[in-house]
Design a protein around this ligand. Structure first.
Ligand code: MRU
Length: 332
């Protein structure tokens, strides 16, 4: 992604490997500050996944691949490292996919840096293909809605849900994006909107509760990412996705999910089997460390929800756009 660093525009990735270190954008500091962090051991990379320095399923996967790379370079017990890295977060399939992929190659004696770099690059290539397949869905003058962050930050580079938008912008199309803020961690407002500013794509941030209002007035399509897609096409994505899918169905608005094959988990039969991460209630009751909820109130904070396959118009993948009924046949 091209980002404004002081006065110049620089090419950066969400996560990469350089001079023996795993480097990444500290996504917790955006949009105020563009800061980078470096790690020289896998335990710290696993912690960065856990504390949301790095976010979004494909970027979490690439970070996990680099964590396995560091574990191998430092001579750590790979089995133990794999377990530790996988335990960082429970929902995004890419985390488990990447660790297993790296484990298999490292056991076979593959060069750790080459393998992890290849994994990260494959995400970028897949996202580019997702952009190519998704671009025709965005017509000139379209109003698009997205939720959470499924842009370059979440996917090493390019994005999943944002890839068709970048491609449509490159094709000279004029369109507009509604970005729902995504309480409580504000990935929509702080990350997606920041990326759209970098990309000069017209957009407005809307409160999560305003999605139905704008859909009732005319949204042409919704594109979100996914954190895990079960074998039957049910999928987990950031909390608030289900509400949008239900309202989209009510108004007959096409609902697309953009994701690479690494997000599909055919060992999970349906959405009911997806583990949903429960996060600290402080993310709900506090803003910038200051309590805003009444003392004595408790809060619930599921990080993701599950949307049934029947609400999905199509999955935009690197293999093309697939109906929920086609995913097993084409991707397995
Ligand atoms: O909890 P996060 O910030 O890691 O959330 C993940 C996401 O960014 C989204 O759910 C996204 O829509 C899918 S991953 C491209």
């Amino acid at each position: 992604m091209k980002v404004r660093c002081s006065s110049e525009k620089k090419d950066v990735r969400a996560v990469w490997f350089e001079d023996g270190d795993v480097r990444m954008i500290d996504q917790r500091k955006l949009p105020r500050n563009l800061e980078f962090v470096s790690f020289d051991n896998y335990v710290d990379v696993a912690e960065a996944i856990k504390n949301m320095t790095v976010r979004g399923a494909p970027s979490i996967g690439a970070s996990a691949a680099y964590a396995m790379c560091l574990a191998s370079l430092k001579g750590a017990d790979l089995k133990r490292a794999a377990e530790e890295i996988k335990s960082a977060r429970p929902t995004a399939n890419d985390l488990f996919y990447a660790v297993d992929w790296m484990y298999g190659l490292l056991i076979d004696g593959e060069d750790p840096v080459k393998a992890a770099d290849a994994y990260a690059q494959s995400m970028v290539d897949k996202c580019t293909a997702i952009g190519k397949y998704g671009e025709p869905l965005i017509k000139d003058g379209a109003k698009v809605m997205t939720h959470c962050n499924a842009g370059a930050l979440a996917t090493v580079d390019v994005g999943t849900a944002l890839a068709p938008m970048r491609a449509a912008r490159d094709a000279g199309k004029d369109f507009f994006v509604y970005v729902s803020e995504t309480r409580p961690r504000l990935q929509g407002m702080q990350l997606t909107a920041w990326e759209l500013v970098q990309e000069d794509i017209g957009h407005s941030i809307i409160p999560d509760g305003a999605s139905a209002h704008y859909m009732s007035k005319g949204v042409d399509l919704i594109i979100t990412g996914a954190d895990r897609i079960a074998a039957n096409g049910d999928f987990a994505n950031k909390i608030g996705t289900l509400d949008k899918a239900i309202v989209a169905k009510h108004y007959g608005i096409p609902f697309y999910v953009a994701a690479p094959v690494s997000t599909f988990d055919f060992s999970t039969k349906t959405g009911k089997d997806i583990v949903i991460e429960e996060r600290s209630e402080k993310e709900v009751t506090e803003i910038c460390g200051c309590r805003i909820a009444p003392e004595g109130s408790k809060a619930l904070n599921p990080a993701f929800d599950v949307t049934e396959a029947e609400m999905v118009t199509g999955f935009i993948t690197e293999e093309g756009i697939l109906k929920p009924s086609e995913i097993k046949k084409v991707l397995r």
